[in-house]
Design a protein around this ligand. Structure first.
Ligand code: UT7
Length: 319
């Protein structure tokens, strides 16, 4: 059977940086509280004329170039996002057009912060079925547009950005396996409980979160799915070169690393600079560590994500 590998990565961040100190000027919070409870120092915020699709397009171009391909080589384009440009058409179709791809399969994936891993797993299954040689999987968000800037329990946590990978058919193993889960009984603890109705969003267009419940579930399921991926491939945590979890909060990352028994020096952390960028966080962290030279060809990467739904998923990748 043919293998699938990551042939290129890319990312994009808005130029505008919002620091904790600036947040202090309009929300009842402090730089100290945010750093101690979340590890976040700053986040990027999209400008008025930036959209999920414009960030996704920039990340995609960088990933396609890194893969040494042309946009027209892409057979499948999946965008994981919770903040699509519009209700329809899909953001994937908007990005397909911006990239100048004449024809490919294009659709959006909604699994909130687990969306990128869901997209990776979906692309993997398309590719194993044959017919798709190169797939573009993007996580892209303008998540700050869902925030109530007076709710200090949520508005300090999130940021905007996009990350992308190109998956290509290969003779050598790359994407070893992917594992997906969901538990819809927990939908209410992390949601935007609004729908378009009679020209308005009802009942509310903002993120609602029970932070402590999300925290507890996150630490449990990130550990579970990481172990599931390792066991499936008969690998041990000692063999993992880099753990790239969803970048929610450094306390969640540290607790998960401790539970798994992986040294914190092998965890890729970008939440301090990016905040939580939902579906974009894993591909943004991956591209950051590829471009700064930490991640090298042949290394074993363990990805694990958790998000609203609740959803969670993991993947093991030989880079
Ligand atoms: O992709 C998944 C997305 N979700 C997450 O990652 C969230 C997971 N949960 C968490 O990371 C944490 O639950 C939070 C960082 C959201 C909150 O931390 P916590 O330690 O669970 O704090 P808490 O909600 O128990 O609040 C403790 C105190 C409260 O004050 P009182 O009642 O003790 O006086 C809050 O009102 O901290 C207060 N507080 C704040 N203070 C300053 C809550 N948010 C803030 C804030 N600045 N931004």
């Amino acid at each position: 059977m043919k293998h699938i590998r990551i042939s290129g990565t890319g990312s994009a961040l808005p130029a505008r940086v919002l620091t904790n100190t600036e947040l202090e000027t309009f929300v009842d919070t402090s730089d100290r509280w945010i750093r101690e409870r979340t590890g976040i120092c700053q986040r990027h915020v999209a400008a008025d004329d930036e959209t999920t699709s414009s960030l996704a397009t920039r990340a995609a171009r960088a990933a396609i170039e890194a893969a040494g391909l042309q946009a027209d080589d892409i057979d499948l384009l999946i965008i994981a996002t919770t903040t699509p440009d519009m209700v329809f058409p899909s953001t994937a179709c908007i990005v397909q057009n911006a990239l100048g791809i004449a024809d490919c399969i294009a659709f959006d994936m909604q699994a909130v912060c687990t969306g990128f891993v869901y997209g990776l797993a979906t692309a993997e299954r398309f590719m194993r079925g044959g017919g798709v040689r190169h797939a573009l999987v993007i996580g892209a968000e303008t998540f700050t547009r869902l925030l109530d800037w007076t709710d200090r329990g949520t508005c300090v946590l999130f940021g905007d950005g996009a990350g992308a990978v190109v998956l290509s058919q290969s003779d050598t193993p790359g994407l070893l396996s992917s594992h997906l889960h969901a538990d819809g009984s927990q939908a209410g603890i992390l949601c935007v409980p609004g729908a378009v109705r009679a020209g308005a969003i009802a009942p509310a267009p903002f993120v609602h979160m029970d932070g402590q419940s999300v925290f507890k579930i996150a630490v449990r399921v990130l550990d579970d799915v990481a172990r599931e991926a390792l066991a499936h491939n008969h690998l041990s945590v000692d063999q993992v070169d880099w753990f790239i979890p969803h970048q929610a909060n450094t306390r969640i990352l540290s607790s998960t690393a401790r539970k798994l028994g992986i040294a914190e020096s092998r965890v890729v952390v970008t939440v301090d600079r990016h905040g939580n960028t939902s579906a974009a966080s894993i591909p943004l962290a991956l591209d950051t560590a590829v471009r700064d030279g930490r991640i090298q060809s042949g290394q074993l990467l363990l990805l694990a994500a958790v998000g609203g739904g609740m959803t969670w998923g993991g993947a093991l990748v030989r880079f």
